[in-house]
Design a protein around this ligand. Structure first.
Ligand SMILES: Cc1cc2nc3c(=O)[nH]c(=O)nc-3n(C[C@H](O)[C@H](O)[C@H](O)COP(=O)(O)OP(=O)(O)OC[C@H]3O[C@@H](n4cnc5c(N)ncnc54)[C@H](O)[C@@H]3O)c2cc1C
Length: 551
């Protein structure tokens, strides 16, 4: 009889949930009896969308990826609401709260991160709980608590002007609060942006109503039982009725460290994602450290989950993880932003070309090294983003004059050049995937795709107006594949992705639309070789239907 091993996953967040899903998709249950521990009492949800929940553009039910029922239906044991406190590597036992104890043959850490709380006087009450009105922003329960409190107050201070702080600020602004963001660095999103881009982003966000306190921190919270005001490091003060701390993250590694696994910032793993000093234990997601790198984004965790599922299920036992490309494409409070590679020149020969239009709040910067793209920042105008993404991923030689690259969407080429560079200038690098689905499934589809880390820039929503207009659009773009329509398109969503992501994306769309009804949906994969102008909408106004612009 075939031996079934026991596989225990600690952490039911984006990476852990994704791994279980990938394993299930490869019939992993033929090899493993799967047990999942999750400190949060819910099924698996899309953490990226928490700010949309706070902002009101998504309801809580819309962000769930796999419910607790899904786990049960797939024969997976879930200990939801049970935190793992310790493991014993000699006896191969996992100890959870509520006296839950499980044996493992293989163990996966997918414990993610916890919020970093800076040292601020007066944050806690005597019972070591946050003073009333003070929150961190990491989990669904945090989001629900923030929402509940925000309903009854008018003014909030957010600690942290990084991506997550701005996301929290967006949510609260949308709820009608006056929002102040406090950031130690001189401009927002200092990790991703140079100071010029940071300045443009700041002015865009100020125009939306955010008030910035830059180059300072909060030293003290004042209030009698609840937060009433904060004192800054420069001695200034600001009154507020709520304080949201979004000042960075720390990987959750204590259990691994106590068990004697090699831990630096994260749990150290090799290309096989196994811990370097215990081959039966693996780590994926934000708690893992691979080649010195700990990723704070969803996409690397998804890639790791796929590789590990390949290895453990045997569908590709030799699969290895070679690190992730950390291209950032985000929509911060409705401001489009793409960051590729380096944000500053590092070599004497690096050539930097920038364009700034303060009035239109556009900033573009491209760094070329040896005729190839070494880095780029695009803010406010992403028309050249597909071109740059392609050039970056394929290490393509930039053929146009330096300044032209900022304004052209396609490279100007001679016929010979076109032929010579055909392998990457043609459509085989970037693809557009268009899904035509039932209107009621679009939020679930969007959420599922975003859990893959395919978000923002590449994700615009396109709605055909009139019965066949959407189809004509596809025909004009040269769509020949896709099965016949038995159901009129009511909702089209499209994503622009690199070719290697197409298969995963298509699978995710199919899974999100498996309703068992006739005409569940159609998916087209299109070459991205035309100049395409789609009006993107603000994530904060997603309830409105944007029009499909004429091409
Ligand atoms: C508001 C917000 C917006 C974000 N936006 C983006 C974005 O736009 N793009 C992007 O790429 N990323 C974004 N992120 C980051 C992204 O959500 C994370 O990179 C991703 O969730 C990491 O996945 P993970 O599984 O490693 O960790 P998590 O999703 O945090 O999952 C870890 C899980 O493990 C559980 N756990 C921890 N310790 C234990 C234990 N001892 N026992 C049992 N369970 C345990 C935790 O409770 C948690 O549920 C955002 C994050 C937040 C909070």
């Amino acid at each position: 009889m075939k031996h079934i091993e026991r596989l225990v996953v600690i952490g039911n967040g984006m990476a852990g949930g994704r791994f279980v899903e990938e394993l299930t998709g490869r019939n992993g249950q033929e090899h493993f009896d799967v047990v999942v521990f999750g400190e949060e009492p819910h099924g698996n949800y899309n953490r990226i969308l928490l700010s949309s929940v706070v902002a009101g553009s998504h309801e809580v039910k819309d962000i769930f990826l796999n419910s607790l029922e899904w786990y049960r239906d797939n024969g997976i044991t879930v200990h939801a609401g049970v935190r793992v406190d310790a493991i014993n590597r000699d006896s191969k036992l996992v100890f959870g709260t509520r006296r839950v104890r499980e044996h493992y043959d293989r163990l996966i850490f997918a414990t993610g991160s916890k919020p970093f709380v800076p040292p601020i006087q007066g944050l806690m009450t005597g019972t070591r709980r946050f003073r009333d009105g003070i929150f961190v922003f990491r989990t669904l329960d945090d989001a629900i608590r923030i929402l509940k409190h925000a309903k009854n107050v008018r003014k909030a201070v957010v600690v942290g002007g990084g991506l997550l702080g701005l996301e929290a600020a967006r949510g609260l602004l949308n709820r009608g609060l006056e929002v102040h963001v406090v950031e130690l660095m001189p401009h927002p999103m200092a990790v991703q942006l140079d100071s010029a881009a940071g300045g443009v982003l700041r002015s865009s966000l100020e125009a939306m109503g955010i008030k910035f306190h830059l180059g300072k921190s909060i030293t003290t919270v004042i209030g009698n039982g609840k937060v009433e005001s904060v004192i800054f490091s420069d001695g200034g003060t600001e009154s507020c009725e709520m304080l949201v701390i979004s000042a960075g993250i720390h990987p959750n590694v204590e259990v691994a460290r106590q068990a004697g696994l090699t831990v630096r910032r994260g749990i150290v793993v090799g290309d096989d994602l196994a811990c370097v000093n215990d081959a039966s234990i693996y780590a994926i997601g934000e708690c893992a450290e691979h080649h010195g790198q700990v990723y704070g984004l969803a996409a690397p965790g998804s890639e790791q989950a796929r590789v590990l599922a390949d290895r453990l299920s045997g569908s590709n036992a030799q699969a290895v993880y070679g690190g992730s490309d950390t291209t950032t494409s985000l929509k911060v409070m409705g401001v489009d932003l793409v960051v590729l590679g380096k944000k500053e020149p590092t070599d004497d020969d690096d050539e930097t070309i920038t364009y700034a239009n303060a009035r239109r709040r556009i900033y573009k910067k491209v760094i070329l090294r040896g005729g190839r793209l070494a880095g780029a920042i695009l803010l406010g105008d992403l028309s050249i983003a597909p071109r740059l993404l392609r050039a970056f991923h394929k290490k393509e030689r930039i053929r146009e004059k330096a300044a032209e690259i900022l304004f052209t969407t396609r490279p100007a080429q001679s016929a010979e050049e076109a032929e010579a560079s055909d392998s990457f200038v043609s459509s085989d690098v970037l693809k557009e995937v268009v899904a035509i689905i039932r209107p009621e499934r679009w939020l679930a589809t969007k959420s599922k795709v975003e859990s893959l880390g395919i978000v923002a820039l590449t994700h615009h929503r396109v709605v055909g107006r009139g019965r066949q207009r959407g189809l004509q659009f596809l025909a004009r773009r040269g769509a020949t594949s896709g099965t016949g329509f038995r159901y009129l398109p009511k909702r089209m969503i499209s994503w622009i992705v690199i070719e290697t992501q197409v298969e995963t994306l298509v699978q995710a769309i199919i899974e999100a639309n498996r309703t068992g009804q006739i005409g569940d949906g159609k998916i087209f994969v299109l070459p991205l070789d035309g100049v395409m102008q789609i009006r993107t909408d603000d994530a904060a106004t997603e309830a409105q239907e944007p029009a499909l612009a004429e091409v």
